[in-house]
Design a protein around this ligand. Structure first.
Ligand SMILES: Nc1nc2c(c(=O)[nH]1)N[C@H]1C(S)=C(S)[C@@H](COP(=O)(O)OP(=O)(O)OC[C@H]3O[C@@H](n4cnc5c(N)ncnc54)[C@H](O)[C@@H]3O)O[C@H]1N2
Ligand code: MOO
Length: 411
């Protein structure tokens, strides 16, 4: 049977992604930032620990530190001092003695276990154990979390909240991170206006520039906004040239199809080189990737959903690699279709879906309704893509489908 896709000259998404990633060189430039400013940044060098965490053996409970040989139930011990967090006991705990200790308090020399206070009875300075304790009970050992010299982060990690706390606990005040990738955004089209402007007949308010700027900001890029450029070869050439000089990546939306005002490819061909164009995905077919003199280029289709889907599936992995981030593997799960889903074989569909867990614990997904590539609300209502393989046809309710829950960039 003839491959519908091959005959249409469309490149499968996986091939496009491989080819695109193989063409990229990660940026090398890095800078040092205070850890309070480092959330979401990409670590530029291996980080190892110069400390043990915790720094010393300490108690996991409020109670009494003692020697395990004294830990029999019913044993009576003499209270000789206290060890509170930040105020250790300086002598050595002798046989028959115990020390009052609070959670986080340093375990005194001589002691090797902690009896929690619920398991003793107190009579003045005499502490009677009502339950036995063993060596190591309720003790957090030095270096148990991180030992001195251990690898903490490899280069390429995107820092998260807990990572910032970890760096702080290691006494690291500044961290070397990759410089933010600079991304130029250009919306093309005579019909487009910015919110706040007055619409003339045939015009409407653009969305792609704003959607993409928000997504790129969340990603951690420095966004260079070139605004709306008319469908005019000369103007486009001028703006492309400027964008190429200032950015690491130039992203356009619109004007990349086959219409008479679709000049993006023409400009790209005159200023650089098109690596590929037209993918077997829906929406997002007329996606283009290429190289300008100084920067990489991606041309997203103008339809708002097509622009978002291609940005998410191809643009973000591309930016990640250039930014030096470790590869992100999208979470893909099986769910049962909660409704019939229309699909024509030939392209991989990224339909917009809403998934939930049924009462018996299964994942079920329904579409958001109209799947037109100009229906931006299909994206707003969704919490996942429903990914329908290239040669698959329509899906009946109850069949299994693949879903990709939205991540923090898109959802
Ligand atoms: N004869 C053919 N026509 C089309 C084909 C094709 O293969 N043969 N492909 C269709 C597909 S699929 C798509 S997707 C679109 C993409 O076209 P372009 O990338 O050239 O985009 P435009 O024509 O400029 O715009 C399409 C659509 O999107 C609106 N738009 C554009 N920019 C924005 C923006 N910044 N914010 C909001 N909306 C935007 C624009 O007004 C159009 O309605 O081509 C099909 N045609
Ligand atoms: O590929 Mo277009 O994005 O189907 O509408």
């Amino acid at each position: 049977m003839k491959d519908a896709c091959a005959s249409a000259g469309l490149m499968p998404l996986d091939d496009a992604l491989k080819q695109l990633l193989a063409a990229l060189t990660p940026l090398q430039a890095s800078e040092s930032v205070a850890i309070s400013q480092a959330d979401g940044r990409i670590v530029a060098q291996t980080i190892t620990s110069e400390l043990n965490i915790p720094p010393a053996d300490n108690s996991a409970m409020d109670g009494y530190a003692l020697r395990a040989e004294d830990g029999r139930a019913g044993n009576e011990l003499r209270l000789v001092g206290q060890s509170f967090a930040g105020h250790p006991y300086s002598a050595v705990v002798q046989p028959g003695e115990c020390v009052r200790i609070m959670t986080g308090g340093q375990l005194p020399a001589g002691a090797d276990c902690v009896c929690m206070q619920e398991n003793v009875s107190v009579d003045g300075d005499l502490i009677r154990l009502t339950q036995a304790v063993k060596a190591g009970s309720n003790v957090r050992y030095a270096g148990e979390d991180i030992s001195r010299g251990a690898l903490v982060f490899e280069a390429g990690r995107r820092l998260r909240a807990a990572d910032i706390g970890l760096l702080s606990s290691l006494g690291i005040a500044d961290v070397r991170v990759k410089k933010r990738i600079r991304v130029a955004l250009i919306s093309t089209g005579d019909e487009l206006k910015k919110p706040g402007e007055v619409l003339q007949p045939g015009q409407f308010y653009e969305s792609n520039g704003y959607t993409l700027a928000a997504l790129l900001t969340r990603f951690g890029a420095e966004v260079l906004e070139f605004g709306i450029v008319a469908d005019d070869l000369q103007q486009l050439t001028q703006v492309f040239t400027q964008a190429d000089q200032q950015a690491d990546v130039v992203i356009t939306s619109g004007g990349v199809s086959v219409g008479e005002a679709d000049f993006v490819k023409t400009v790209l061909q005159s200023l650089g080189k098109i690596a590929f164009w037209k993918l077997a995905i829906k929406p997002g077919k007329p996606f283009a990737f290429g190289l300008l003199a100084n920067s990489y280029f991606i041309g997203l289709p103008g339809n708002p959903v097509s622009a978002l889907v291609t940005m998410h599936q191809l643009g973000l992995p591309m930016l990640s690699k250039i930014q030096g981030e470790n590869a992100r593997v999208p979470l893909r799960l099986s769910a049962s279709a909660g409704c019939d889903i229309r699909k024509a074989p030939g392209r991989t569909d990224f339909q917009r879906g809403i998934y939930h867990t049924t009462d018996d614990g299964r994942l079920q997904v329904v579409t958001t309704g109209s799947q037109g590539s100009g229906v931006l609300t299909s994206m707003n209502r969704a919490n996942c893509y429903i990914i329908l393989e290239q040669m698959r046809g329509s899906v009946a309710a109850g069949e299994s489908v693949t879903i990709e829950p939205f991540d923090g960039y898109i959802g």
